[in-house]
Design a protein around this ligand. Structure first.
Ligand code: KG4
Ligand code: ZN
Length: 341
């Protein structure tokens, strides 16, 4: 089954063509980071316009890359939410129109579920259930127990900022370019993670909290400035990262004390973080647990993961051809808190 997929939920326009949920035939991404950087974050209106501009050329290149014609495409998949509504509408309208003209099914995919499927795209059936999924992106921080395809139980989530958001906000305090995650990751590699003892608030249950950590960094920077001392940027990055990633690891360990899972999966933009990947590797080796981490190109937003998610859905539900009432869902959790264990 060949699925053409479109992702436009935030600041990446992406088109992919994937065969049977595993074989990437085309993987095109047009990042808008440079366009938003001067504003220090994503400007929704600008994002929608850029998606519109990028969409058609990307579709063309993707088909060329896969060496396919339109009639080879079996279904169209698109990110239906969550995300910026105007940005989602660009992808959704394109997908809806293609599905209509080609008379193919249209599969709406939850972006967060797409991130989860980045690992299925990369590792397929090597992944076994129950799977403990740590979903860490710019908008979400969730610990999920996945019991089978499409079967999720929310274990915990952030009560305030997402971990990626905390990286971006701390980077902004340090006057680093947007998005801050990769910058902090890079600078932290030359810094001392124990230079500052930033407190991490760990709610007593399985939830996360990152706003206190961000405030602690702010106060430390203000104190240094007041004292006329230079800001040791790399040390601040390394110490912040140790605290932020440390809290993710603590929650994973806490859950595993009382629950047995077959494997771990980490996914979303922050799963590109070198320190997180190294720590998780070490932990998994010690615990003799398999940990799945997407290749770096599949950590951040892309359309291939959307196609993979759509493929696995197509294997368990029937697909509809009539896409006339397709709506975007700017707010759309993968799983609701009420279903928590
Ligand atoms: O999944 P993603 O591309 O978009 C959302 O769905 O939000 O995640 C983007 C987030 C940003 O907050 C970015 O700073 C963070 O992922 N990020 C990183 C790294 N690469 C991206 N955070 C820490 N270390 C990285 N290497
Ligand atoms: Zn994302």
């Amino acid at each position: 089954m060949i699925i053409l997929s479109i992702e436009s939920s935030c600041d990446e326009t992406a088109v992919a063509i994937v065969r049977d949920g595993q074989h990437i035939l085309a993987h095109e991404i047009r990042s808008q980071i440079a366009d938003h950087r001067q504003y220090g974050g994503v400007v929704p209106e600008l994002a929608s316009r850029q998606h519109l501009e990028a969409m058609q050329p990307l579709l063309k290149v993707a088909l060329q890359q896969a060496a396919l014609d339109w009639d080879a495409i079996d279904a169209i998949a698109v990110t239906q939410g969550p995300g910026l509504s105007g940005a989602l509408v660009v992808g959704a309208t394109t997908a809806q129109t293609l599905a209509w003209l080609l008379n193919k099914p249209l599969i709406g995919v939850n972006h967060l579920e797409g991130h989860i499927y980045a690992n299925f795209l990369a590792f397929g059936d090597a992944i076994t259930f129950p799977l403990l999924v740590m979903l860490v992106s710019g908008g979400h921080t969730q610990l999920i127990e996945m019991r089978g395809h499409g079967d999720y139980v929310l274990v915990g989530e952030t009560r305030d900022d997402a971990v990626g958001e905390a990286f971006d906000k701390v980077a902004r305090l340090l006057h680093l370019p947007y998005p801050g995650g990769p910058e902090i990751d890079r600078l932290a590699q030359t810094g001392d993670p124990f230079a500052f003892d930033f407190p991490i608030s760990l709610p007593h249950d399985d939830d996360f909290s990152f706003s206190g950590l961000k405030t602690a960094v702010l106060y430390t920077l203000q104190d240094l400035e007041k004292a006329g001392q230079p800001i040791p940027v790399a040390d601040v990055c390394a110490s912040f990262q140790r605290a932020a990633i440390g809290s993710l690891l603590k929650k994973i360990k806490r859950y595993l004390k009382h629950h047995q899972v077959a494997a771990l999966s980490i996914t979303g933009g922050v799963s590109a973080n070198a320190y997180l990947r190294a720590e998780l590797d070490a932990f998994a080796q010690k615990e003799k647990l398999r940990v799945f981490m997407p290749p770096l190109a599949l950590c951040t937003d892309n359309a291939a993961m959307i196609a993979a998610c759509a493929y696995y859905r197509s294997q368990r539900t029937s697909l509809h051809r009539d896409a006339a009432d397709f709506q975007v869902k700017p707010r759309w959790p993968v799983v609701k808190k009420t279903q928590s264990v």
